[in-house]
Design a protein around this ligand. Structure first.
Ligand code: ADP
Ligand code: MG
Length: 465
């Protein structure tokens, strides 16, 4: 049976191979196989979840039309991550240049089999293991883990997590649900959006039968309602939420809510609901700091099976500072650019990515000169520019010089050779070496990150003034 599917899929692959660039084929199709392919359903097996997103977004039409060409069927197409992907499938695509020392992508973590089933499907990518903890979210993560380990048994009931968009609310709520399911800390795990919670309710009333609805929501051991701010403003819905809340609370069942603002400022809710939201713990997620953003990029790159040079990680994290969903989008874009340009991921490609995302800032503007950066950097360290560009090898001066070269590389479009020339006729390899040293130090030393950020801010402030 399997042979027949894979035989058909192999034929499709050969067709696809003829239709697209060889590199693209190798990257996205060579490692796929099929476990089912008939008139109703095609199941394409892929190495990682990134392939699922990627193929769905970019190649679904091609896959569909090719299957139709070969088999004349138009089945539903589903992508599955291979359970025991062979070693070759897990081998990361190495986009970095060989000299770069980027961190190794993380190995896929071993995941225990679920003990029970959640009532609604969860995104398998949203687990605690996949969530990078930093100062911005530490408190919420700690609370979320406590609740996941002992639902209903902590004083965090309800737990309300709030933040701006794209900062991890949905991820954390699903991570709690996932933990409960995997470790059996709660039997009936119900994760839902507020929207679904209310539309389900309105439908139940229309059918004049709320028994199924009540059965699901009021029997939960843990009920997680995402985006509570999308609540439908009818009295009936308010009452229903209140009843559900009271029922669960009295039975010591856990309630977890997320919101895009603090509960006290939620609009359209009755006071008694708002006050209940505040009975337990209200915790926020702040925008992540640079270090956390860099860790997130490294982790997501690892999930994509891609290595990114430290210098580029720092650049991307520095450019996109307010929203992790955007950061993920930029990373995907970066990988695409590199695949299509057939060149390794580099600062140039990262700059193009940022530009294509419409982020025009001082990095892409030509207005800062190397000379200006040197002046400002020297000013910061309180040394004459000549010392910065001169031959002194004293440690502090050399470090200042390296930082300055690094900033010239990042803040101007100047080629390495010109940067070298402006630093006392040094060779371009000296500049490369300096930039690498700085990037490596940035990825491990938060104090050093802060220092470089301060100098960069100073340079950019002056430049834009
Ligand atoms: P929200 O619900 O607050 O709008 P999401 O939970 O949907 O945000 O997060 C947006 C994206 O960013 C998701 O893909 C999520 O996995 C990712 N993300 C957010 N915070 C983190 C983090 N600390 N570590 C890893 N990924 C994160
Ligand atoms: Mg969300």
């Amino acid at each position: 049976m399997v042979d027949k599917h894979s035989g058909l899929w192999d034929q499709c692959l050969r067709k696809i191979e003829g239709k697209i660039e060889a590199d693209t084929y190798r990257t996205w199709f060579a490692q796929t196989s099929s476990s089912q392919l008939d008139a109703k359903l095609a199941v394409i097996e892929v190495p990682t979840s990134f392939f699922v997103d990627w193929l769905e977004e970019h190649w679904l039409d091609l896959i569909r039309s090719t299957i139709q060409e070969i088999t004349s069927w138009t089945p539903e197409i589903r992508f599955d991550v291979k359970k025991n992907a062979p070693a070759s499938a897990g081998t990361p695509l190495d986009f970095s240049t060989t000299e770069e020392s980027a961190p190794e992508p993380q190995n896929k973590r071993a995941v225990p089999e679920p003990v029970s089933e959640p009532v609604f499907p969860l995104n398998p990518r949203y687990r605690f293991d996949d969530f990078i903890v930093g100062e911005s979210n530490q408190f919420s993560v700690t609370a979320a883990k406590a609740v996941a380990e002992s639902p209903g048994a902590t004083s965090f009931n309800p737990l309300v997590i709030y933040s701006g968009v794209g900062l991890g609310k949905t991820h954390l709520l699903q991570a709690i649900a996932d933990y409960c399911v995997r470790n059996g800390t709660a039997k009936r795990v119900v994760y839902t959006s507020a929207e679904k919670f209310f539309t389900d309710y309105l439908r139940a009333i229309q059918k004049q039968d709320t028994s199924a609805y009540v059965e699901i929501y009021r029997n939960a051991d843990i009920l997680l309602i995402d985006d509570i701010q999308f609540y439908v403003k009818t009295e009936a819905c308010q009452r229903e939420l209140l009843h559900t809340f009271n029922t669960l609370y009295q039975l010591n069942k856990q309630i977890v809510l997320s919101s895009d603002r603090p509960p006290s400022t939620l609009k359209g809710f009755e006071d008694r609901l708002i006050s209940r939201f505040q009975w337990g713990l209200v915790s926020d997620i702040d925008t992540p700091d640079l270090e956390t953003r860099m860790a997130i990029i490294n982790q997501k790159a690892g999930d994509h099976g891609v290595r990114i040079p430290a210098e580029v990680v720092h650049f991307m994290a520095d450019q996109i500072d307010s929203n992790i969903r955007e950061l993920e989008g930029a990373l995907t874009q970066l990988i695409t650019f590199s695949v299509y340009k057939r060149s390794p991921i580099s600062l140039e490609i990262a700059r193009d990515t940022i530009k294509s995302l419409g982020r025009v800032n001082s990095i892409t503007s030509p207005s800062i000169s190397i000379r200006e950066i040197q002046k400002r950097t020297a000013g910061y360290f309180n040394i004459p520019v000549e010392m910065l560009t001169g031959a002194t090898r004293r440690q502090e001066i050399a470090t200042a010089r390296h930082i300055c070269m690094y900033l010239c590389r990042r803040l101007t479009q100047a080629p390495l050779k010109s940067i070298g020339t402006e630093f006392g006729n040094r060779d371009h390899t000296t500049v490369i070496h300096a930039c690498k040293n700085i990037a490596a130090k940035l990825s491990t030393d938060p104090d050093f990150q802060a220092l470089v950020s301060r100098i960069q801010n100073r340079v950019q402030q002056f430049a834009s003034a």
